[in-house]
Design a protein around this ligand. Structure first.
Ligand code: G3P
Length: 217
């Protein structure tokens, strides 16, 4: 399973990238706002650091303008994946970008029907938002499973990029279902290392070690 980092925080991405945890990065307008950085500058910095795809999102809502914005974003670096919303205009732009060989991440996917259209429009990635479905009391991981089944039934090559990941459990459920990628905030990736029994076991080992009176170096 690939890990993308859902963030525009360069320092946080670097920390995980240095550990080999980063297969790509996803950004969106809200994450750019949170970073306080200029979209072109921060995206370029991330693209220079990470060798995998870095999603940068258009903000136009009409296909022609989306295409103009997307081509500008694609000029930032070779590893840009142009991110478009799952609207009819977004699908139109997706098809245009894919036909020219650009990677496209179709975002804000909340149904299997939408995911089928994205695959047919040539998306490299479909981004179903798990957490936001959970927020309205639907099971986001059910959507990941449905898309996995459908894409496998027909051999669609679009990668399932599970997004709006809020917890370690989301990551594990997506891995069990077979999502190709999860994009998670750095805090969720780091939380994967934690387990209370690890902490308790380590405390015990350190206490016993102190009682031996020994030193390793
Ligand atoms: O990748 C999409 C993601 O950033 C949305 O996450 O937590 O705002 O629903 P969230």
């Amino acid at each position: 399973m690939k890990f993308f980092i859902d963030s525009a925080d360069v320092a946080a991405i670097r920390e995980l990238n240095d550990l080999g945890m980063v297969d790509g990065v996803t950004t969106n307008p809200s994450l750019i706002l949170k970073s306080g950085r200029d979209i072109v500058e921060v995206t370029k910095e991330i693209c220079d650091m990470v060798s995998g795809p870095v999603s940068a999102e258009v903000v136009a809502t009409e296909a022609k303008e989306m295409i103009r914005e997307g081509l500008k974003l694609a000029r930032i670096a070779k590893n840009i994946a142009i991110k478009v919303p799952l609207t009819w205009d977004g699908l139109t732009a997706c098809k245009a970008f894919a036909s020219e060989g650009h990677k496209v991440n179709v975002t804000l996917c909340f149904s299997a029907a939408q995911a089928i259209l994205a695959a047919k429009a040539g998306a490299s990635f479909i981004s179903p938002f798990i957490g936001r479905l959970d927020d309205i009391h639907l099971d986001g991981t059910d959507l990941i499973a449905d898309i996995r089944t459908i894409y496998d039934n027909y051999g669609y090559r679009t990668e399932i990029l599970a997004a709006s990941i809020r917890s370690v459990n989301h990551v594990i459920e997506c891995a069990k279902i077979g999502a190709d990628v999860v994009t998670a905030p750095p805090a969720v990736i780091k939380a994967m290392a934690s387990h209370p029994l690890t902490d308790r076991g380590l405390d015990q080992f350190l206490a016993d070690w102190a009682r031996t009176g020994q030193k390793i170096v």
